[in-house]
Design a protein around this ligand. Structure first.
Ligand code: BGC
Length: 543
């Protein structure tokens, strides 16, 4: 193991930019973004000032769940390019000082993965079946599923297979769609395989991983019926899940260059913190922050609770508001939409027309996001203020959530629409194709990157300014949050490091006399004297 000093832990305060490859840039005119397209946009990424990329899956996949159903973990799907394109992307990013991290999906694979195909064909009791959760059904002929557990995407989490002799057979467990069978992580072969997969990509120079559904690897295989909707998935030490991460960490530590991993878990903060103990993974998304309502109380709680839990294990907090699973923040805070669960509410009837001046909120949120010490993730298009697209016609919807809930949930496609780059050209410069994998609405014309690039007052340029502020003030990246208070609706955060800074955000509808004496370093809109207008943030240095 190569010892790494604290100075080398670049991920502790990095800004990561999530690229949803199929929606970023299409280079070959097939209507789907690809790896070469990302290379074409490296200049844009560099100009933002971000430090690292997170690429959502680009592996061979039948795309039942937009690539989160992986058929081969060690290749690039031809629709996204080749392994050589991937290597070129890593080189191009590294050449401008941007690190590259990739999604790893260890909880489940595609039902087209050779291991699963073999398991179905090999029959009851075979070694191949031991790699998944194949269980006999209940009832007289095993006609009933082994438990009442529901899938996250709706419907039962068990699907029955036909045995090689054609008779109705065992059931297999899937937390998500039926085409996404869950691996049995109690089988050491699964761990060995994922070590191999991580090494494959680490050898190709990736700087880290985002680990999908990290907390669900070990199931309660007593398969006891549950009262609630969610399956029983233990997350404590006794479950064995943390031993898996210790082993994966050891693999990463064999490599030079301080490789990292961020975990996705929507558990309570103290449980999340277990996954980022010093010998496990490095970062964990703060999903309370994603779900915060537009109020000083809600944000204060999301900040304090995560800071407290993470301090206990010496890990930084990972601030995030947007990703490919959630309604875009520009729509959430325009409509005061409440995010109930991990996977988006029903959009039926939700108007796209903002009821609130979202531009002010977008700016205030960006300044808060980049002023909090720790790591930060942003999601492609967030810097343009893209709204969610909630009126996609039924026939273009791809998210399995839609079909599996018989249309009750429209799903997550609305936050996955391709990027609008330029006015006056086909598909706003995303693709030369007449048809893109999800249609880009006309109203995205108001958000194109090129126009924002030329407008000093645009949100894009405000993102650049806020990132620049963070880059030039170490205290915003590495300082300590020493006090958080709320005055009226103003959230007031004190951060101490080599400077003493204050970050104030007025979440209320009225202006407030809240700004202390100090030097204003950046404000999300004009602030004069002590008065902070509504939906405004300011960062100042105390004199
Ligand atoms: C990913 C989703 C995906 C699910 C199943 C999630 O956490 O972010 O996009 O549908 O895992 O793989």
């Amino acid at each position: 193991m190569i010892p790494v000093s604290a100075e080398n832990e670049w991920w502790r305060d990095a800004i990561f930019y999530q690229i949803y490859p199929r929606s970023f840039q299409d280079s070959n005119g097939d209507g789907l973004g690809d790896l070469k397209g990302i290379i074409e946009r490296i200049g844009y990424l560099k100009s933002l000032g971000i430090n690292a990329l997170w690429l959502s899956p680009f592996y061979p996949s039948p795309d039942v769940d937009a690539g989160y159903d992986v058929a081969d973990y060690c290749d690039v799907d031809p629709k996204f390019g080749t392994l050589e394109d991937f290597e070129n992307l890593v080189s191009a990013a590294h050449a401008v000082g941007i690190k590259v991290t990739i999604d790893i999906v260890p909880n489940h694979c595609s039902n087209q993965h050779p291991w699963f195909v073999e398991a179905v064909n090999s029959g009851r009791g075979s070694e191949a079946r031991e790699l998944f959760h194949f269980v006999d059904g209940r009832g007289e002929n095993g006609d009933l599923p082994p438990s009442n557990w529901q899938s996250v995407f709706g419907g039962p989490s068990w699907t029955r297979v036909s045995e090689p002799d054609g008779t109705a057979g065992q059931w297999y467990y899937h937390l998500f769609a039926a085409e996404q069978p869950d691996f049995n992580w109690r089988n050491p072969k699964v761990l060995a395989e994922f070590k191999r997969i991580m090494k494959f990509w680490l050898d190709r120079g990736v700087d880290g991983f985002r680990i999908d559904v990290s907390d669900a690897l070990i199931k309660d295989t007593s398969w006891t019926d549950t009262e609630g909707r969610w399956p029983i998935i233990p997350k404590d030490d006794a479950s064995g899940v943390h031993e898996i991460y210790r082993q994966l960490r050891a693999v990463m530590d064999e490599y030079p260059g301080d490789r990292m991993a961020v975990v996705e878990t929507g558990a309570d903060d103290d449980i999340v913190a277990l996954f980022i103990r010093p010998d496990e993974m490095h970062l964990a998304f703060n999903f309370k922050f994603v779900k915060a309502q537009w109020s000083a109380d809600s944000f204060a709680h999301a900040i304090t609770s995560s800071l407290q839990a993470n301090r206990a294990v010496g890990a930084p907090v990972t601030w995030v508001t947007d990703n490919h699973d959630t309604v875009r923040s520009a729509t959430r805070y325009a409509t005061n939409l409440e995010l109930a669960g991990a996977y988006v509410p029903n959009f039926m009837g939700l108007e796209d027309v903002p009821s609130i001046d979202i531009d002010n909120r977008n700016r205030a949120l960006a300044l808060l996001l980049f002023s909090l010490p720790g790591a930060t993730y942003i999601y492609n298009g967030q810097e343009l203020g893209l709204p969610n697209v909630n009126d996609l016609p039924d026939e273009v919807i791809q998210d399995p959530l839609f079909a599996r809930t018989q249309g009750e949930f429209r799903g997550r496609d609305g936050c996955r629409i391709p990027m609008p780059w330029q006015r006056g050209v086909e598909q706003f410069g995303f693709s030369s194709s007449l048809k893109t994998w999800l249609p880009i609405p006309e109203r995205y014309e108001d958000f194109v990157a090129e126009a924002q690039d030329h407008d000093p007052a645009s949100l894009l340029n405000f993102y650049r300014a806020a990132i620049q502020l963070r880059t030039s003030h170490e205290t915003l990246r590495k300082g300590n949050v020493t006090n958080i208070q709320i005055n009226n609706q103003v959230l007031d955060i004190e951060i101490q490091g080599i400077e003493r800074l204050r970050v104030l955000v007025n979440f209320g509808p009225h202006e407030c006399a809240a700004v202390p004496d100090g030097l204003v370093l950046l404000a999300s809109r004009a602030v004069s004297g002590q008065t902070l207008p509504p939906d405004t943030a300011v960062v100042l240095r105390l004199l």
